[in-house]
Design a protein around this ligand. Structure first.
Ligand code: IVH
Length: 670
């Protein structure tokens, strides 16, 4: 048993150290220890505190696990009200906002601070002399609920501000959110314990924060982003919103890095477009951006109209979710026979486009969501992702609507639909007999990253296959002007263009060619690896599974797919027919040089690099013989980290992998 004095010092150190790691993880987004080490420190502290109850403190990180349930929430009056923002939809409304602000301030140009509009719920944290004393929800803006016990469970909420001379009192305003990954895990957990799933991260965050039992809240992955200040005593405000956010970051609060000072309506719209472009890559939901006049003195001059400030506006992104009706459920047959149920929808505007089809993924998903014809459903279309049905809106089902079942026979060829016991997808067993599979295989063959045959689209492939003009890819190269000109919507000019595109595609690379064959489990990266390793197609076709597994990153499953593919005489014939048709590649077209500073090295990219896109960095590494992989493992040699790196950086640090920035990468490659 340790002496109390030593224990007290150790406890104090552990508390400080753990909070420091919380800060590095949540505020800096740069953890420096592994989860396992963190857990070890945490357990040590718990044990010491248990042995020395007299040293307990409400500010200990161990107290972030929640406490006994409250009978109800007390109400809290906000000294400075928590107002809402007016919305702008469209550029004209943003221009009008900027005009009003310029007129109000009687200036020609105004500087704004641009921030994401987080899709969570607003809260206020009160710190007295730097110690967290209260946390409250927004409520009606004037009175909210006291959720201190719940907010104390968030590791991203500092229990003490990092400041030598903290203000006497400060209300910090921010948004409580759940990251999308965390949300998916939370719902998976809900599913496993047969509890109700949450509709979206915002609802989950709201439900979690409004728990009378803070132990429940402690188990939910809530996070905070700070974006403003309410009352402030014993310290002066900085001059601008962006300096205010810097100050909050210095205090140890998580402040989002996606913020920028911009001038004029043009600058605002540029920020909007950039953030919209990044929307899907962000780990959390953002429903727009917020523009705030940067100078706080100017904010005060502009003041408020009714319940919203004149100095700020929210510019909303197109909604990613919408309600509509399922008109029918059909299935699509993919290149490898995979059967995908698809909901045909009453047209609905979502994610910036009109959507008429949404995927239902697979049989299990249809069953889990219990989607039926005639149902009213929520549809989601985020970025370029295929629209999906996310849930059925309860209480709107027509009585007698039957449950949906996948067809037993392929709608395209009548072959049996088979689902292997360990697979989520059902497949048409027709193989190349099935016209749907043949069409998809041709579309894949012609796609941009494969043979890149411009002009060979869905409509054309449908006709070529249905009229039995083309059965396999090699026959594409036998097409002539006459055959093509006879097709629907095919003038002589487009026919000539297509023939030129076909001709051009004959000069390709081995990697593209392998990818174009559409071997199951062989994506672009694997195709490059195979091309690089074997150097020619004959060696690849002859390789047995052991030889295939000598290629880095190729395991037994992929090796088996490749071997099975070339074991089919038909596939070998396709390769030969293509070569006879004149498809070829020069040895120099090999994707990765055998010599170079990065030969044999595997790189992983994370975050945004200052002067290179991800594609450029990949090309640079590959041109030096290196390989770029998507995930960090013990086989990774280098992680190249830019701004806003993700969890890959933490993983790399955990595994002790060398981390490079862009400059170091360039230096390494010379
Ligand atoms: S500032 C007086 N900044 O939007 C200005 N709000 O409609 C008060 N929100 O209740 C809000 N991100 O929940 C501000 N960067 C941001 C925000 C933000 C999300 C929410 C907040 C507020 C609502 C206002």
């Amino acid at each position: 048993m340790s002496k109390p004095r030593d224990a007290s010092a150790r406890i104090e150190r552990l508390r400080r150290e753990i909070e420091e790691h919380n800060y590095r993880y949540y505020a800096l987004d740069r953890p420096t220890i592994s989860d396992a080490e963190y857990d070890r420190l945490f357990r040590e502290l718990q044990e010491l505190e248990a042995a020395h109850p007299e040293l307990a403190s409400p500010d200990s990180p161990t107290q972030r696990v929640g406490s006994a349930p409250l009978p109800q929430f007390e109400s809290v009056t906000h000294e400075v009200p928590m107002l809402s923002l007016n919305n702008a939809f469209g550029e004209a409304e943003v221009e009008a906002f900027d005009r009003r602000v310029r007129e109000g301030l009687e200036v020609d140009e105004v500087e704004y601070n641009c921030e994401p509009k987080f899709d969570g719920l607003a809260i206020s944290l009160t710190y007295d002399e730097g110690r967290l004393v209260r946390g409250a929800t927004r409520g009606d803006g004037y009175t909210g609920e006291d959720v201190t016990a719940n907010l104390r469970t968030l590791r991203s909420v500092p229990l003490r501000l990092r400041a030598k001379h903290p203000p006497t009192r400060i209300d910090i305003r921010g948004e409580v959110i759940i990251y999308r990954d965390d949300f998916d895990r939370l719902n998976a957990r809900q599913r496993e314990s047969e509890e109700k799933e949450f509709v979206n991260p915002r609802n989950a965050a709201a439900g979690s924060l409004r728990q009378l039992d803070s132990r429940v809240t402690a188990g939910r992955p809530l996070r905070l982003f700070a974006y403003g200040v309410g009352q402030l005593r014993g310290k002066d405000l900085p001059a601008s919103q962006d300096a205010l956010l810097d100050l909050l970051a210095d205090f140890g609060l998580p402040v989002c890095v996606e913020r920028r000072v911009a001038s004029g309506a043009k600058g605002l719209l540029k920020f909007y477009r950039e953030l919209l472009g990044k929307r899907e890559a962000l780990p959390y939901d953002v429903d727009g951006v917020v523009y705030k006049v940067n100078r706080l003195a100017d904010q005060e001059r502009l003041g408020y109209v009714s319940r919203a400030p004149r100095f700020a506006i929210a510019h909303k992104f197109p909604a990613e979710e919408a309600m509509t009706e399922v008109v029918a459920i059909e299935v699509q047959v993919g290149r490898t026979g995979a059967i995908t149920p698809v909901a045909r929808l009453k047209p609905v505007f979502v994610g910036g486009v009109t959507v008429t089809n949404a995927t239902l993924h697979n049989e299990d998903e249809v069953r889990r969501k219990d989607v039926r014809v005639g149902d009213t459903v929520m549809v989601r279309r985020a970025g370029d992702v295929i629209p999906e049905v996310i849930s059925v809106v309860p209480g709107k089902r027509r009585s007698g609507a039957p449950a949906y079942h996948l067809p037993r026979k392929c709608p395209a060829c009548g072959s049996a639909v088979i689902r292997l016991p360990d697979e989520a997808v059902a497949r048409c067993s027709g193989g190349l007999v099935c016209p749907a599979q043949r069409k998809q295989a041709l579309l894949h063959f012609a796609s941009r990253r494969a043979m890149d045959i411009d002009g060979l689209g869905e409509k054309l492939v449908d006709q070529l296959v249905d009229a039995e003009i083309v059965k396999g890819p090699a026959q594409l190269y036998r097409l002539g002007l006459e055959a093509l000109s006879g097709l629907d919507r095919m003038g002589e000019k487009s026919a000539r263009n297509l023939l030129a595109a076909l001709e051009k595609s004959k000069r390709t690379t081995l990697a593209r060619f392998i990818y174009a064959l559409g071997i199951r489990n062989v994506g672009e990266a694997t195709a490059k690896d195979l091309a690089n390793h074997f150097g020619d197609i004959d060696a690849l076709m002859e390789a047995d599974e052991a030889a295939l597994q000598e290629v880095p990153d190729i395991g037994p499953v992929v090796a088996e797919s490749i071997r099975k593919f070339f074991a089919e005489r038909h596939n070998v014939q396709v390769v030969e027919a293509l070569r006879r048709a004149g498809v070829g590649w020069s040895e120099t077209a090999r994707t990765r040089p055998a010599r170079g500073r990065a030969v044999g090295k595997t790189f992983v990219l994370t975050g945004t690099l200052p002067d290179m896109t991800r594609e450029e960095a990949t090309a640079l590494i590959e041109s030096h013989g290196g390989k770029v992989s998507g995930s960090v493992s013990r086989k990774t040699d280098y992680v190249v980290a830019g701004v806003d790196p993700g969890s890959k950086l933490a993983k790399a640090e955990e595994l002790g992998i060398t981390i490079l920035d862009e400059a170091a990468l360039r230096k390494l490659l010379g």
